[in-house]
Design a protein around this ligand. Structure first.
Ligand code: ADP
Ligand code: ZN
Ligand code: ZN
Length: 727
């Protein structure tokens, strides 16, 4: 018997299977999808069996034996084997990388893992109850009597050490030790399962999806923030579990706050496995095993949870479907929604995409009836959407208000005096983003990247947010030795300082700097929820998923930051962000208010966010996309060209542009090459070409040719990004 085995070798150029002989003692155990150890050249590698067969015609290399079968059961099941091919095909990644991305570290085909299965020891009876009782009657030792009674009452007891009493009981054949797998991660909820009677809109949404169990239909659930989408998801999942099937619920990583996890755990208990980036490799492996062993039927997690090996899936739900975190931004560049579509087809089950601000692509598909649109128009709690006020910062600056406009200032004071809570959003961490010399204009920049260093006051450092480069803050200009240095560009650290100084408020900051330690994210949320603080400030992290009833004011300090990013989606992202952040206010009975500060207050993304007017925004933005031939009218592919050698990178980029223009159809557009933004990161220069196409029969072959051409070239890296996040 022979096996074709796919292995992972560092370079991306080996993407094929190799034939190995199956030793006779392995024949009855080895399966397609099994993980095996093989020797490859001089190396010892792990790989997956993709095929088994009895005869081979000829082979151009010497066939070796498989060295070892790593696990008792195959790691890749039939569905995963197929899905991997699909991903590799669609994203043009290697097949092995598609398989590796589906698995937790402990099960990947690689050598350096030593993540073990933890077990606990238990004592159970090794004789009949009668014999045990007879033994008890005769026994004169308290230690033994206690243990035996305990086992008889509880069937088993967990033990940490084997003392003399236990030894004696074992010697007499009364008890024995067994080992059971234990799971490291356990989330317990402190809250009660609080269910609501669904309103008509919610009821209808649940019914529509449940009517389509056993069909692979896709629904777009468009519901304003606080309209009760999560409640709808839980009701659908409840029904799925009741018919004996399983469910996957995806949320963006940053929404995986204890709050949402809590709602699921308090309703579904141990039926839920949670997968998020805060888990250790061991914990992740344990959660994965719970899923494989069929001990849970619901998986809640971020992007990669879409690969959860549940059997018999009854529904997949993707909350905040517009979120860019669902696309992996390194190889393999898969999109969780595409994987979900594949899996829903495979299991014949519905896919639900939910959002208060659906991506233009999804809304357009709903318009074309590819997806079924379901709308939740009202807030479920009965409250209204918060009142949004847009402030023109150009005027405020004239009055000397740089950070807080007079409106925001007044409202902060008002809420503080009423003992209500406030969330302030500022998408820039650190103290200040620019440190410059007043005499010669020299700006402190990263030597490896083309960006300025951010000043972090708490550590006294100037840091690069791209590559991690850091130096101590200097007090004399390195260029002209002047001591007249200033910093500007407000960051969260400075905002925190200002708030404390100005309002004497209790302020807590949530950004990457304050949440890097395990558990700190949860701690901040818990403490804010318990009213230990008046004001929560933060970056992206505070924009999603949080539900605090006492928050009645949300302030956006600088709404322009995301608008100024050169990307065709920057208006869409800004609109989504503003709606999302605003949605944190007034989620309970108290009305909420939102203040958005901006220098572009006439921009349609900002004006339409005022009235939470998604549909007008959609129409407006679609017009622009149509004019500029962008998605969803055209499909977009980004070709990234990266090299340490600037000249070489640019000349190859030009060749690539030409190559694409020559080889692709006439109605496909090729833009570039142009400098990417950022242009230089970690001493690597980035150029890019953009392909816009509707239908192009020559596309695939052309891209594969391009990919193959640069595979073996160490001086340059050419990456093809289908449906890029950034463009
Ligand atoms: P979304 O996910 O759309 O933001 P949620 O499901 O979080 O909305 O609901 C917002 C708030 O409304 C939550 O506090 C939730 O408990 C409450 N809620 C949801 N459905 C109902 C309902 N039918 N009746 C009353 N309150 C509800
Ligand atoms: Zn200077
Ligand atoms: Zn840098």
């Amino acid at each position: 018997m022979y096996a074709s085995v796919i292995v992972e070798i560092g370079a991306k150029n080996v993407d094929r299977t190799f034939t190995y002989r199956v030793p006779s003692d392995m024949k009855s155990f080895i399966k397609i999808g099994s993980r095996v150890k093989v020797s490859f050249g001089k190396q010892l590698l792990e790989g997956f069996v993709l095929d088994l067969f009895n005869d081979i015609d000829s082979c151009d290399y010497e066939i070796k034996d498989i060295i070892e079968l790593v696990d008792k059961k195959p790691i890749l099941n039939e569905e995963m084997l197929e899905l991997g091919k699909e991903i590799s095909n669609y994203t043009l990644c290697s097949l092995i990388s598609a398989y590796q991305v589906m698995l937790p570290k402990a099960l990947k085909a690689s050598y350096d893992t030593n993540i073990s299965i933890k077990t606990n020891k238990y004592l159970i009876l090794n004789c009949s109850i009668n014999d045990a009782n007879n033994y008890l009657v005769k026994c004169r030792y308290d230690g033994q009597i206690d243990i035996l009674n305990n086992i008889i009452n509880n069937k088993e007891i967990k033990i940490n050490r084997v003392d003399s009493s236990v030894k004696t009981l074992i010697k007499h054949g009364i008890v024995k030790i067994i080992e059971k797998e234990s799971y490291r991660y356990r989330y317990t909820s402190n809250n009660n399962d609080c269910r609501h009677i669904l309103n008509d809109e919610q009821e209808y949404a649940v019914k529509r999806v449940c009517d389509c169990f056993n069909k692979s239909s896709t629904f777009l659930l468009y519901g304003v923030t606080g309209s009760g989408k999560t409640e709808v998801y839980m009701n659908i999942i409840d029904k799925v579990v009741n018919i004996g099937k399983s469910a996957i619920m995806l949320v963006p990583e940053i929404s995986l706050t204890p709050q949402i996890v809590d709602r699921f755990v308090s309703r579904f208990g141990d039926k839920v496995a949670i997968l998020h980036s805060g888990l250790s490799d061991g914990e992740r492996y344990d959660e994965y095993r719970k899923i494989v062993n069929g001990e849970v039927s619901i998986v809640v997690g971020a992007r990669s949870a879409i690969f959860a090996p549940l059997k018999d899936i009854g529904v997949i739900i993707i909350d905040e479907e517009h979120s860019s975190t669902y696309k992996q931004d390194n190889n393999p560049r898969y999109h969780a929604r595409d994987v979900a579509l594949f899996r829903c087809k495979y299991h014949s089950c519905p896919l639900v995409l939910g959002s208060a601000t659906p991506s233009l692509e999804s809304m357009a598909r709903a318009g074309n009836k590819v997806y079924e649109l379901i709308t939740l128009k009202r807030r479920a709690s009965g409250g209204s959407l918060p009142n949004v006020c847009i402030v023109d910062m150009k005027n405020e600056i004239k009055q000397g208000n740089y950070i807080f406009s007079s409106v925001l200032d007044k409202k902060i004071k008002e809420k503080l005096s009423k003992k209500e809570q406030i969330i302030l959003f500022l998408n820039r961490r650190g103290y200040s983003s620019i440190y410059t010399c007043n005499t010669c204009g020299n700006v402190s920049k990263c030597p490896n990247c083309d960006i300025s260093l951010t000043y972090h006051k708490s550590s006294g450092m100037l840091r690069c947010h791209y590559c991690g480069y850091a130096i101590r803050k200097y007090s004399e200009c390195p260029n002209c030795h002047s001591k007249d240095l200033i910093d500007y560009g407000l960051g969260t650290e400075q905002l925190e300082e200002e708030l404390v100084k100005r309002y004497k408020a209790r302020v807590v900051r949530m950004d990457m700097d304050t949440t890097s330690k395990k558990g700190t994210h949860q701690k901040i949320i818990d403490e804010f929820g318990n009213y230990k603080y008046d004001i929560l400030i933060g970056t992206q992290m505070v924009s999603k998923g949080l539900d605090f009833p006492m928050v009645t004011l949300v302030g956006v300090i600088n709404a322009d930051a995301s608008l100024n990013i050169p990307d065709f989606r920057s208006s869409e992202r800004t609109f989504q962000l503003l709606c999302q952040v605003s949605g944190r206010a007034g989620r309970s009975i108290r009305d909420g208010e939102v203040v958005i500060q901006s220098y572009n207050n006439n921009h349609y993304s900002i004006m339409l966010a005022k009235n939470h007017d998604y549909l007008s925004f959609y129409m407006e933005e679609m017009k622009i996309r149509k004019q500029l031939n962008y998605s969803p009218y055209y499909y977009i592919i980004l070709v990234n060209i990266m090299s340490k050698d600037y000249e070489y990178s640019f000349s190859e980029a030009k060749k690539i542009g030409e190559f694409l223009r020559t080889n692709l159809s006439d109605d496909t557009f090729v833009l570039g090459p142009a400098m990417a933004n950022p242009f230089k990161v970690n001493n690597v220069y980035h150029h890019q070409c953009i392909i816009k196409y509707k239908k192009d029969n020559k596309l695939r072959d052309t891209l594969i040719m391009l990919d193959n051409h640069y595979k073996f070239n160490n001086k340059i890296n050419v990456e093809i990004d289908i449906d890029p996040n950034k463009c």
